[in-house]
Design a binder for this molecule. Sequence first.
Ligand code: FRU
Length: 453
Amino acid sequence: MNPLRPRYHFSPKAGWINDPNGAVRVDGLYHLFYQANPHGLVHGPMHWGHATSVDLANWTEQPIALYPEASGQCFSGSAVAAREGRVAPELAADDAILLFYTAHRDGSPYVEDQAIAIADRGMTSFRKFAGNPVLPTPGPRDFRDPKVIWHAATQRWIMVVTHGQSIGIYSSPDALSWQAESEFGSSEGRHGTGPWECPDLFPITVEGSGEQAWILVVGLGQGHISGGSGTQYFVGDFDGRVFRNRHSAETELFMDWGRDYYATQSFSGLSGEDPLAVAWMSNWLYANHTPSEDFRGSMSLPRRLTLIETPHGLRLGQRVDDAVQAAFDPLSVAAGTPATPPSAAYRFAHRWAGEVGDELTLSLFGEADPVLTVKRTASDTCSVTINRGAHPAIAPERGFATDFTIDIIHAGPLDIDVFVDHGLVEIGCAGGLHWFSNIYFPADPAGRVTLAA
Ligand code: FRU
């Protein structure tokens, strides 16, 4: 058994994976599809792999759901139960699950269209719709990653989809005929050199007020604040046609400041619960070059989302789903006393009450160099540094080594939540307002933990 195979983060038995796709709960079972190349350890002809879980912590790999063919590779997309809305009878029966994916045809230039596959409710058989594509490209070369939701207020399906460096918004009364509504973002938020990828759009309730807002999630393939790929989000309003940012166009908000949290997608099929999101734990800077023997790539832990009114405006708060937290071995860690984890999948929390000038460091895997350094720089500010040294098996020009610092506005004791799973590390700070997710390839995944304050 590969000592770096994660226990609770989903990873495939063999081959390569990237983005989560088609995250949906059907009849109490969570389904997670994902970009997969089962025949190699690098990005290649894209299939949709499939895994299921009853508790979000233990995953069972299922047979491949979608295969590449002459109509294209199956790039990223989403899943929705037909019965959430209205579906054209020639497309699917009311009890079907619709998988929206991008048919990507290689060439110069490559061509991307939106297509549908139809699954039964048990998700054991998958059939591509004979009338594909349902939405041919209107022009942009990068036209991919459809995320579809039912918009009850206007009684239509809404699709958000990559439009080069912005997000296209489309609507449909029956999931079959689609029309353009608007485009968001060419001069908002953060832009890198590549397209905005893997959008997501969902409503969320502002904690404590009951007011509704909408979150638009956008993947930055390159140019994330900590380097390479990462996930930003916008807080706004959505009327079924147009997404309006509630913050200024320059405001940049991130779901994670780590290096390994990309292509984030929320689950559909939840009702009246906090939204639940999962991401791919890698980065296009080095994803094809990480040490691997049998598999390459894994998913993040699923996190529940809340929208919190902070002194700086509305921000997403995230917490690892409760059932997933409960699966990890709890570790008790006291500052100054090295702790030995009972396994390589453990969690601990620490409340740090440092004064101005104080510093806290956290080292993992029995190594001396800290992965996290927090300094209190003012009564209401902490600087947080995430460190990851070079890896001998990854060429330095891939940019795997990172040393990234942000200042977070936070007064009073700082809560830190740490999840470690065979080298995958997710750290939440300040009650889940700031997350840092990074992959490591340690020699001793269950090595000692040292917190120094
Ligand atoms: C994001 C992405 C998507 C695309 C998929 C291809 O990581 O580039 O935009 O659909 O990966 O595997």
